[in-house]
Design a protein around this ligand. Sequence first.
Ligand code: NI
Length: 402
Amino acid sequence: MDHVEHSSLQGMDTLVKWRRQFHRYPELGFEEVETSNFIRDVLLKLGLKEVRNVAKTGIEAIIRGKEKGPTVMLRADMDALPFQEETNTTYCSTVNEKAHLCGHDAHMAMLLGATKILMDEEIEHGNIKIIFQPAEEGLAGAKSMIRDGVLHNPDVKAIIGLHVDPSMPSGFISVCPNTCTAYSDRFELKVIGESGHAARPHLTVDPISISGEIISALQQIVSRKVNPLSSAVLTIGKIQGGHAKNAIAPSVKIEGTIRTFSRENREMIVKYMDQVTKGICEGFDANFELKLIEGYPPVINDPNLIPLLDKVSKGVLGENKMSIVEPSMGAEDFAYYTQKIPGLFYRLGTSNSAETSYPLHHPKFNIDEGALPLGAATLAQCALNYLQLFTITRQDTVLMNH
Ligand code: NI
């Protein structure tokens, strides 16, 4: 099948219009009511017959081919971040302390664009499911989508999604085969001492000095216990304790994050955190409470889908536009789908200036909108190529039976 012409989007005006609409009116996880209504309207206008609400504010729609075949799913996330935007664009967020600073506005616009392209195509075999998922930022909207049955009726054989990447120029994509993001867990550690007068420390248990020992010791877990050939991060990002300079604090609260690529490392780090903290606390008569808050598991790409993306990249973007990259320590709830079905998650370059080079989640984050048609076209073409590659036609079945 030839690659999809960008002209089928009739320029990029519509994509920009959609993206700016989402951008002006950001909504947080599971509150994407207006966003959801807008998407629904566009899908109905594009001629989709089966559009249903899922996972509170999510949307699922189906484009059915003429004949039976596999179902492939395209996904975009919908939620904004609870941050103040600091760009000076005409389409800047109109809501205080809420903004699309992770590009989910662009993801939705591109998926609508891909849907438009696909509606203009003749799909011979199989189906394409289009899903708009709420609450990617920390609330695991993907889990709710799965619970609401998006992987069934008809059974979905593979899922494809993308994320904008301001560290890469527009016109390029990148992908990491296999495991591409980390387990992202948080921890809360409370070191409990015995407060008293600062001048009589021997009559107290000082959780601040004990916490100092614990913080140093925890750093040794990654450097001394994790195999140097595998990667892990243990970061303490927050520490709070004490009320006055002349009093021993009653307790100290330490919070941080653990990033790992394997279940073994994850379990091992937590085990040593508990063991080391226990040892130090016991040594100095303190108590502690350690709480682990499980985050997203890793996104795992199906290596069989990498050649498909390579072909799409060559067709839509040109030669040498796709790079194979290392895993990232970031997290993405696309992971939950890839635990159930083969997945392909790639990054789309969206930078062409200083204004479009700020990292994700930065208050000045913005994208080169010229990348929108490329995202839409690659998504659409991935779905079409998937159906073409993985459809077992009647002819093939006959051959297989012989
Ligand atoms: Ni994001």
